[in-house]
Design a protein around this ligand. Structure first.
Ligand code: FES
Ligand code: FES
Length: 284
């Protein structure tokens, strides 16, 4: 075999000090080379790969693995990702569902994260986290807001109401009861936001707020048509498509006109009969 074209011998002769323009991370990698055998990388193989890749991303990735295993200290000029230590701390007194708690928060924390991560109120949902879906809707001083776009610090000295705060003990809020009556949900992920939004909507209607589909804005009316409900709820997305029943539920809570429930809970005797039929079928 012609040694001139023998890759193996070429790699063996490779002089690491001859590699031009190495960065500090690359220098550190080469210095630590012997320990790479401990994590299953043959030095020779590694050299071949780094030559081919020009000590690029692959080498840096191995360096990070090596650091993880061997506790290699980063070089002084290495670029290191920012730590997770809290910054810009502020004290925020949040009044949520009637209870006030003072939290120490990064000033950039949004209300949704403060509710879910710090106060354990996970009823408000994170859907898009960018103001598009409405799953995070809560009430602040009775007005609906997207808690994913609201800084927690901005909610100080205000009354925040989440889905957990709507019921009075065992008594559901009329909007919650209406959603159940009309089966206004399927998976339920959007439902807390839908209900909070609907409660805020009723208050807007009571104040005579107009909307995009209000035909005559000079006439103040608190009576909402189904179209107005649809338009006012358009910021709340339901991927399950429970919209017709959501509108029906809100319309009933709004108008007070009750219609008969179209479903009922199954009775215990019916359940027992069905269970027995299953058991009988299994033994046949
Ligand atoms: Fe806030 Fe989607 S999570 S609007
Ligand atoms: Fe599933 Fe609305 S009930 S997203």
């Amino acid at each position: 075999m012609n040694d001139e074209f023998d890759d193996t011998s070429a790699h063996d002769d490779f002089d690491i000090t001859a590699a031009a323009d190495l960065t500090a991370d690359e220098e550190a990698l080469l210095t630590e080379m012997p320990t790479l055998t401990d994590v299953g990388q043959a030095r020779r193989t590694f050299l071949g790969q780094t030559i081919a890749g020009g000590l690029g991303l692959f080498a840096l990735e191995l360096l990070s693995i090596e650091k993880a295993f061997a506790g290699l200290s980063p070089s002084p000029d290495a670029v290191v990702a920012a730590g997770s230590a809290p910054e810009h701390l502020v004290k925020v007194a949040l009044t949520v569902n009637g209870a006030t708690k003072t939290l120490e928060l990064d000033s950039r924390v949004v209300l949704l994260d403060a509710l879910r991560e710090r106060l354990g109120l996970t009823g408000s949902k994170k859907g898009c986290d960018q103001g598009q879906c409405g799953a995070c809707t809560v009430l602040v001083d009775g007005r609906r807001v997207l808690s994913c776009l609201t800084l927690a610090a901005n909610a100080e000295c205000r009354e925040v109401t989440t889905i957990e705060g709507l019921a009075k003990g065992d008594r559901l809020h009329p909007m919650q009861a209406a959603f159940i009556k009309y089966d206004g949900f399927q998976c339920g992920y959007c439902t807390p936001g839908q209900i909070c939004s609907a409660v805020g909507l009723l208050e807007e209607a009571r104040r005579g707020h107009v909307s995009h589909v209000t035909e005559d804005v000079t006439v103040t009316t608190s009576r909402l048509t189904d179209d107005q409900i649809r338009e006012r709820m358009s910021g709340n997305i339901c991927r399950c498509g429970a919209y017709p029943k959501i509108v029906a539920a809100i319309q009933e809570a709004h108008s007070g006109r009750e219609s008969a429930r179209t479903w009922r809970f199954v009775e215990e005797e019916e359940l027992a009969r069905v269970r027995k039929e299953w058991q009988d079928n299994e033994t046949v």
